[in-house]
Design a protein around this ligand. Sequence first.
Ligand SMILES: Nc1ncnc2c1ncn2[C@@H]1O[C@H](COP(=O)(O)OP(=O)(O)OP(=O)(O)O)[C@@H](O)[C@H]1O
Ligand SMILES: [Mg+2]
Length: 393
Amino acid sequence: MLSRVMDENLGGIRVVRAFAAQRHELEKFDRAKLSALELANQRVDIRVANTSAMNFSFLAAMGLVLWFGGQKVIAGQISVGTLAQFLTFMTILQMPVRQLGLMVNSFARASTCGTRLFELLDAELDIEDAPGARDLVVTDGVLRFDNVGFRYEGAGGRPTLSGISFEARSGETVGIVGPPGSGKSTIAHLIPRFYDVTSGSITIDGQDIREVALQSLRKAVGVVQQDAFLFTTSIENNIAYGNPWARETRIGQAAEYAQLHNYIIGLPAGYTTVVGERGASLSGGQRQRLTIARSLMLRPSVLVFDDSTAAIDAGTEQRIRAAMKRFARDRVTLIISHRLSSLMHADQILFVEGGRVVERGTHEQLLALGGRYRALYDLQLRPDDDRPLAGAA
Ligand SMILES: Nc1ncnc2c1ncn2[C@@H]1O[C@H](COP(=O)(O)OP(=O)(O)OP(=O)(O)O)[C@@H](O)[C@H]1O
Ligand SMILES: [Mg+2]
C-alpha cells in the first residue's frame, strides 16, 4: 500500500503539480504511511511480548526443576544423574513446543491471507451473467451512458459518480479530463463491468451491458489500464495475452501501431525477449506501449485509454495517435488523460469533477466557455507560455 502510493506519486509528479493536488496526495501518503507504521509496530510488539513470555516460562521451569530437584539430590532422594537427565529431556522437549508455536503463527498468517484471497475471488463473482444472457451484438457500435451513478461498495458519503450521460458512435473519440480522484478511472471500469452501475445504465448498441454475456462484453471492450501490468514472459506473449492463438503478423502490426515494433526488432532476441519481473526491464513508456499493443490485439469495439500515455513522451504519443487513426475509424475510443494535448482533438470532451460532468464540448467550445478546462489549458498548453509543454520532458 505504502509503496504503491509512493510509486504513483513519483510517477505522476507532473500530474499532481498540474492539478495542484499536492496536499491531497500528501495526505493520502501520510495516511498510508501512518497505518503501515502502526501495523509494523504492533507486529514487533506482539513478537517481543511472545518471545519473552516463551523464554521466561522455559527459564522459570528450569529454575524450578533445579531448585526442587537440587533439594532432593541434597536429601539423597534422587541422584545427580537423574536430575541432569530430566533437565536434558526438558531442553529437548521445548524445541517441538516452540516449533508448534511457530506453526500456529504461520497457520494464522496463511489463513488470513487465504481469507483475503477468497474474498478477492468471491468479489469477482459479484458480477455475473444475467440468467439467459445473450452475446453482445455490435452493429453500429454506439456506446451510451444514461444518467449513470455509481458508489463503491462500503464507501460512505457522496457517490463516486452521478448523472454521467454521453453518447459516442463508432469512429468517435471521447476525451475525459479532470482532477485526480474525480472518477475518471471509475468511468472506464464500468464499461467492461469491473463494477456494475448503481443507477442509470450503460448500453452498447441499445443492449444494456448488464444483460449481455460477460465474455462477449469483455471481448468488445478493451481497457488500457492506468497502471500497466505485464507478465514475466516474452514480449510476444505479453502482446498476445488476450489471444494465445494470435498470428505473428498481427502481433507485429499491433506493436507497430503502438510504436514499439522498431524498438523490439532492435533487441537481440526480438519478440521473444523476456521482460523482467512485471516488465521491470522496460521503461515506463515501453510498458505502456506494450499494454496498448495488447489491447489493440483484441480489436475491441470500445477502446479505453486510461491515462495510458502518461509515461510516453509527447512526440511518440503523436506518432501513436497518427498510426491509430485508421484503427480508430471503426470503434469508439475513450481517452482519459491529464495531458490536454492527448485529448484536445476528441470529438467530445468531458471535464469531470467530483464524479460529475461539469463541462462538456469540443476543445474550441470549452476554450470559449472560459471555465475549468480553459484554466487547465492555460496552465498546460497556452502557446506563448514560456513554460515547457506539460509532459514534454
Ligand atoms: N476500489 C475502490 N473502492 C473504493 N473507493 C474507490 C475505489 N477506487 C476508487 N475509489 C474512489 O473513487 C474516487 C474516484 O476514483 P478514480 O480512480 O475513478 O479517480 P480518477 O479520476 O481516475 O483519479 P486519477 O486521476 O488519480 O486516476 C476516488 O475518491 C477514489 O478514492
Ligand atoms: Mg484514474
